[in-house]
Each structure stands twice: as C-alpha cells, then as structure tokens.
Design a protein. Sequence first.
Length: 205
Amino acid sequence: MPHTLMKRALVPALSLAVVAGLTACSDAEDAGHDMDAMTSPTSAQSSEPPAEDSASFNDADVTFAQMMIPHHEQAIAMSDVLLAKDGIDPEVVDLARQIKAAQGPEIDTLTRWLDAWGVEPTSGGHGSMDGMMSEEDVQALEEAQEAEAQRLFLKQMIVHHEGAVEMARAEVADGRDPQAVAMAQSVVDTQSDEIRAMEGLLAGG
C-alpha cells in the first residue's frame, strides 16, 4: 500500500516537471525568435533606403531636361530663320548667333544626361510650354522681311527666353543633380541678360 501511494504522488510531480520543461523550451524558442527578428538584416530598422532616395537626380531634373531640349531647338530654328534674311541689324545678327552657339551644346548635354538617367526624351505636345511659339508665330517670322522680321524676332525671342528662365528657376529650386542645377542657373543668368539686350534693341528700333 505505501508503494502504491508513492506512485500516485509521483505521477502529478512528473507531469508538472514535463509541463515546466516544455514551457521553458517554448520560452527559449520565443526568445530566440525575438533575437533573430532584432538582428535580421531584413528587419525594418536595418533595411536599405528606397533607391530613389539615394539617386543622383530627381523628377525635376528629368522634367527640366525633357522640356529644355525642344525649347532650345525652337530658339535655334528661330535664329536660323532670322540669319537667312537680308537687311538685319548686325547687333541682332550677333545675338542670333550667340543664341545658337550657347544652346546647341546645351541640347547635346541635356540629351546625354537623359540617356545616362535611362529616360527617353519626350516628343510632341510642347506647345503648352512657357514661351514656345505657335506655328502661326513661326510662319509670321518666316514671311517677314528686314525691319519687320527683326522686330518679330526680338519680340518672340523675349517671350521665348522668359519661358526658359521660368523653367530654369524651377530646376534651381527643386533639382537634385548638381550639373543640371548649374546649367539651369546659367540659363537664368545668360538669358536674363539677353532679354535686357533685346528690349534695348526693340526700344532703339
């Protein structure tokens, strides 16, 4: 009888020991999982920042390049129209040549940047950009001669430059790429000077 009582007393004790052992194992595993979560390279605290946060350029840079290319192209085309005419003031001729000399290389640079950024230049739909001449404006310049052609060129190019300056100021304020921002500041400075020169030529004519 004492032997039977001892067995009955041991069974609950053994059960408690097994339960305690299982609980300890479970706690250890949970702790291990917690440590893994804290040290895992995929945890939120050690995750890499989004790629765009570390990019050398942003949307403002892309927009500036995509819009300035056709804008410059039209300025060069307008200058070519004027340079093909006779009877134009030499100062206006020099200005048209200056515009071509500055904006041609900038188009090449802007195109290279877009290629390096993996972005395609946009095509078409540029009529809504600030300062862009309509087809009617361009035709009027093509048909005008001598003094009238000169007057139209100066008036149109002032508006055209003002649009470019506004786009460039937006890039200076919002751009990330240092070279693009530097070009934009150069556009602001150069074309602002040219606007003043053209206004003086108009007033003197």
